[in-house]
Design a protein around this ligand. Structure first.
Ligand code: HAM
Length: 403
């Protein structure tokens, strides 16, 4: 038997309903914030991710589904959504248009990681990207949007916040950090020694607990921000507090992708195991320019859908539409015609097999139909349909022509 690949799941009942509920809820809220739907390909040139997510990141270094296609192109299944949206933004000359442009997207992402609970090789994200405004007001808006989505799904969360500085304050901080790392080199892991040379701030979120003990003494990013980053970070905190969003400052939150500057954030859910990050994002003001577009500030986030599924509190299913059935084989054609008419405006489920009235009522209940419409022997002769309203518990007989 052929099985699905490791770390790649089918989305079937009961997850499918939660998944769909998530997409509908997140879409409604994204539109409320002025974002419009956006779709980019799953397959892109490998160079796109190398240049945006960064060669030194784990995603590009270890986790890409990368191959040469039949035309000899070096391509890659997208490990995340931001790079593709930025590529499309530039390719379609939206960077020349100016103004604020806001997009949302959802779909599969691929990372060749070691699968475990909450960590898949094919997983789904819902993400947003806002272009054209360098303001912590927009940062706070996208953070509040994640909070709104999670609240609408009945999910409690912790929000972690940090600032990753800008081209003015980051280089001197990096130098300070490298100096510190050199002084503790014999106490840190080989990965961190490597990161010291490639991307030193990544040491700060090393999963190794002995490294973490050493980094308690490391110089802190937030103590080394320039005036503008510092004042932005203070304003961001005020905006979140004013709007009732609790947060924790996490000096070691650096994110696993290289394109961020200034605001960085992650939403955490306790109680789903080690892979507790349910959403992450931040500002990336230089990425558009770095990918050869007109300099355009941007901010965004992505929510990991699979990690949320078990946390979603589903609303009671509402009874909706019609269930149609016949009690004799001969009535089924009439049922088909009436049901097909009704289907032009309502949800309709048709049972093609003749069954007793009791069996049809059960069937209607199973599919959460509001009305159960049945044709029996008498109805067939009279050209009518018996209809029961399963909410009001009332019955009526109606002429087929008026259906
Ligand atoms: P990210 O933090 O790499 O950010 O991913 C966002 C979310 O995707 C994570 O918080 C997690 O919930 C989920 N996720 C990541 N890897 C896996 C996996 N292997 N299995 C299951 N879920 C996973 C980004 O991807 C950025 N593009 C977000 C962004 C948008 N920043 C700005 N704009």
């Amino acid at each position: 038997m052929i099985r699905s690949l490791r770390g790649m799941n089918d989305i079937l009942s009961p997850e499918n309903e939660r998944f769909e509920f998530f997409i509908n809820t997140a879409t409604t809220i994204a539109k409320r914030y002025g974002f419009e739907y956006f779709e980019a390909p799953l397959l892109e040139e490998t160079a796109l991710f190398k240049r945006s997510v960064g060669e030194s990141s784990d995603i590009v270094g270890k986790e890409m589904y990368q191959f040469t296609d039949k035309g000899g192109n070096d391509v890659c299944l997208r490990p995340e959504g931001t790079a593709g949206v930025v590529r499309a933004f530039i390719q379609n000359k939206l960077d020349k248009k100016g103004g604020i442009q806001r997009f949302f997207y959802h779909g599969p992402m691929f990372r060749y990681e070691r699968p475990q609970k909450g960590r898949l090789r094919e997983f789904h994200q819902f993400g947003v990207e806002s272009f054209g405004i360098a303001s912590v007001y927009e940062d706070s808006s996208v953070i509040m949007m994640v909070a709104d989505i999670l609240k609408a799904l009945g999910i409690t969360f912790r929000l972690k916040l940090n600032s990753l500085g800008c081209p003015e304050c980051m280089p001197p901080y990096r130098q300070k950090l490298v100096g510190f790392l050199e002084s503790v080199e014999e106490h840190i892991c080989d990965d961190c020694v490597r990161r010291k040379a490639t991307n030193p701030i990544r040491v700060l979120d090393c999963k190794n607990s002995s490294c973490q003990k050493v980094y308690i003494e490391a110089p802190k990013l937030l103590d080394n921000l320039c005036e503008s980053c510092d004042s932005d970070f203070t304003t961001l905190q005020k905006l979140l507090t004013d709007n009732g969003i609790d947060f924790e400052i996490d000096n070691h939150l650096v994110r696993g992708l290289d394109y961020y500057s200034k605001t960085a954030f992650e939403f955490i859910s306790d109680g789903i195991g080690a892979q507790s990050a349910i959403a992450g994002g931040g500002r990336y003001d230089r990425l558009v320019e770095f990918l050869d577009g007109r300099p355009t500030p941007a901010v965004g986030f992505a929510i990991g859908i699979e990690r949320l599924l078990e946390l979603i509190v589903m609303p009671e299913p509402i009874r909706e539409g019609y269930y149609f059935g016949a009690m004799d084989e001969i009535g089924i054609d009439m049922v088909m015609q009436s049901a097909q008419k009704k289907r032009q405006s309502e949800r309709v489920i048709i049972e093609y097999t003749a069954k007793s009235l009791k069996a049809h009522l059960k069937g209607a209940d199973r599919v959460h139909a509001r009305y159960c419409a049945v044709v029996g022997e008498n109805e067939l002769k009279a050209g009518t349909i018996w209809v029961k309203d399963l909410v009001e518990k009332s019955e009526s007989v109606i002429k087929v022509e008026t259906i």
